[in-house]
Design a protein around this ligand. Structure first.
Ligand code: IPM
Ligand code: MG
Length: 365
């Protein structure tokens, strides 16, 4: 039976980059026999405009029914003054939470072709291959109570709660140890255990799960040091596991090591195997509608989808090699060009990847 992929383009550059992903999926259908049903839905600010809520019931139901979800991006200045519960980001957070997508995998890989696009010295980043495992459905993003209240003197006070249960830490730690086992067997757990009790517990639980994984070398690092180490000696890391908010911040830092935030894909996985796949870059309203966004993070997210949700490892590897090939051939979107080179558009980049895949299909089929 054909598997179902729900595509949620969202806001800003989301529709532009997901359009390239659809081109790619269609090519995998016609040229590689991948049998997929692609559905479309609304999320984020565009859903709010159309339905008055950032996550319509129909979208949530379709997401529950799909084998995998592909998301573009949400958010933008147009919706920034809405009450919190109506904001585009709430749609994304609700999807993550409702689908139980607690494990967020964010690989930061520096392609040799792009090592000189990084803001760091080439020798620091060449060969870099880090995987950030971010806890995605707990921590301060979801903790209660939260809000803004008025205190004694009439002043406003904003408050959020950082809360983690042992079971939440345990399950994300296991995911991280398991993936570390398939890589270089080094796991760094990042916390702020010197100040925050919730992350002192994080460290304790990570250590105790570590006893079951004697073959994986576990280390601990405070988040401020981790941020510094990422920009001064990034290649020391293999797998990093951390809380929802620290993972949000550190994955943006790691992205820049690879040359551009436009290169980082992600997979958000639930215990039942359901997955949502999205580029980590966000909606980039400043360049939306110009056709210049880099679609590679989204195409690489499709590769992760093929690997983790659709059980198509061979096609995942093919997509990844097609991306490498177009970089070899010199294709660069505006975020990747170094002076002088003429950048290609979003759709030219997508078309180039599809063209390489078509070529490969001749060799393979
Ligand atoms: C990310 C984004 C989201 C997050 C926003 C859009 C809610 O920054 O996926 O990294 O903070 O998780
Ligand atoms: Mg982020």
């Amino acid at each position: 039976m054909a598997k179902t992929v729900l595509c949620l383009p969202g806001d800003g550059i989301g529709p532009e980059v997901t359009a390239e992903a659809i081109k790619l999926l269609e090519c995998l259908g016609t040229d590689f026999g991948l049998s997929l049903r692609i559905e479309h839905g609304a999320v984020g600010g565009s859903a709010y405009d159309q339905y008055g809520v950032p996550l319509p019931e129909t979208t949530l139901a379709a997401a529950h029914g799909a084998d995998a979800v592909l998301l573009g991006a949400v958010g933008g200045p147009k919706w920034e003054t809405l009450p919190y519960e109506s904001r585009p980001e709430r749609g994304l957070l609700a999807l993550r939470s409702e689908l139980g997508l607690f494990a967020n995998l964010r690989p930061a890989v520096t392609y040799p072709q792009l090592a000189d696009a990084s803001s760091l010295k080439t020798e620091l980043v060449s060969g870099l291959d880090i995987l950030i495992v971010r806890e995605l459905t707990g921590g301060i993003y979801f903790g209660q109570p939260r809000g803004v209240r008025t205190v004694e003197n009439g002043e406003q006070e904003g408050f959020n709660t950082l809360v983690y249960r042992e079971s939440e830490i345990e399950r994300i730690a296991r995911v991280a140890f398991d993936v570390a086992r398939k890589r270089n067997r080094r796991l760094c757990s990042v916390d702020k255990a010197n100040v925050l009790e919730a992350t002192e517990l994080w460290r304790k639980v990570a250590t105790s799960i570590g006893n079951e994984y004697a073959d994986v070398e576990l280390s601990h690092m405070y988040v401020d040091n981790a941020a510094m180490q990422l920009v001064c000696r990034p290649k020391q890391f293999d797998v990093i596991v951390t809380t929802n908010m620290f993972g949000d911040i550190l994955s943006d830092v790691a992205a820049m090591l690879t040359g551009s935030i436009g290169m980082l894909p992600s997979a958000s996985l639930a215990a039942d195997g359901k997955g949502m796949y999205e580029p980590i870059h966000g909606s980039a309203p400043d360049i939306a509608g110009k056709g210049i966004a880099n679609p590679l993070a989204t195409l690489l997210s499709v590769a992760m989808m093929l690997r983790y949700s659709l059980n198509e490892t061979r096609l995942a590897t093919l997509v990844e090699s097609a991306v490498e090939r177009v970089l070899d051939d010199g294709f660069r979107t505006a975020d990747l060009v170094a002076g002088g080179t003429q950048p290609v558009s979003t759709s030219q980049m997508g078309t180039a990847v599809v063209a390489v895949l078509r070529d490969l299909s001749g060799d393979i089929l």
